[in-house]
Write a protein that binds this ligand. Structure first.
Ligand code: SF4
Ligand code: SF4
Length: 224
């Protein structure tokens, strides 16, 4: 899932300066799972912003709404009626950064701002701890590495590891993190495939990564 975290209140207040009637919009997708932008977080954030603005001597009216998803235009259309009828001057989106961009493209007369920082594609390690697992390189090759991704999880992105700094199974760059090459080696050993790691692999073709501009996926077999 996409992992995000809420921006500091101070930064959000700066964004909201000059706005007195705002709609705060959450999302029931990934950001609900990572406790950043679901119904509960929207309620807590709206209260915090109202209190902060009252203390500043400039009260703000903040309505709350949480969409099933903000990464699909059909759900964004649910905002049309409230925006038309309530006269908001700004929409603050508590979704990954797809959400505020869809809202900005749809409504050209209201300011749009992100309440969250979109961090990475990741998974849950333990309660309230998430880690990055994939950089969406667009051409997954983790079968060559025992099912683990060195592009994302090696601090140096090495495709032929480990580096000389791996120590005690930990990464020299981030000692709190496992050296992924230690895990790859252990796993390949358990699979009886260590020899595969010795084969020199050709340079990775990065044309499927983001440096080539905006990427798209088109499922022609599903288009009407
Ligand atoms: S190889 Fe690419 S697609 Fe596969 S997990 Fe790593 S970054 Fe993600
Ligand atoms: S210690 Fe391991 S994870 Fe860290 S940079 Fe070196 S090879 Fe990569």
């Amino acid at each position: 899932m996409i992992i995000a975290e809420r921006k500091p209140i101070k930064e959000l207040l700066e964004m909201l300066a000059g706005h007195d009637k705002v709609l705060l919009v959450g999302c029931k997708g990934c950001v609900t799972v990572c406790n950043a932008g679901g119904v509960k977080e929207v309620g807590v954030l709206a209260s915090a912003l109202r209190i902060a603005r009252r203390r500043q001597g400039r009260p703000i009216e903040i309505d709350e709404m949480t969409l099933d998803r903000q990464c699909e235009p059909e759900f964004i259309s649910w905002l049309e009626e409230p925006i038309r009828e309530k006269g908001y001057t700004a929409i603050m989106s508590a979704a990954c950064s797809v959400g505020p961009q869809y809202i900005a493209e749809r409504f050209d007369k209201v300011a749009v701002m992100p309440a969250l920082n979109t961090k990475f594609i990741g998974g849950t390690l333990e309660h309230e701890v998430w880690a990055e697992f994939c950089r969406a390189c667009g051409n997954c090759g983790i079968h060559n590495f025992g099912g683990l991704c060195p592009i994302t999880r090696c601090s140096k992105g090495l495709l032929h590891g480990p580096c000389a700094g791996s120590s005690g199974g930990k990464c020299e760059v981030r000692p709190e993190v496992d050296c992924i090459w230690h895990l790859i080696y252990t796993r390949m050993k358990n699979l009886g495939q260590v020899e595969k790691l010795k084969a020199l692999k050709p340079a990775k073709d990065w044309s499927s990564y983001w440096s080539g501009g905006v990427r798209r996926v088109v499922r022609e077999d599903l288009t009407l």
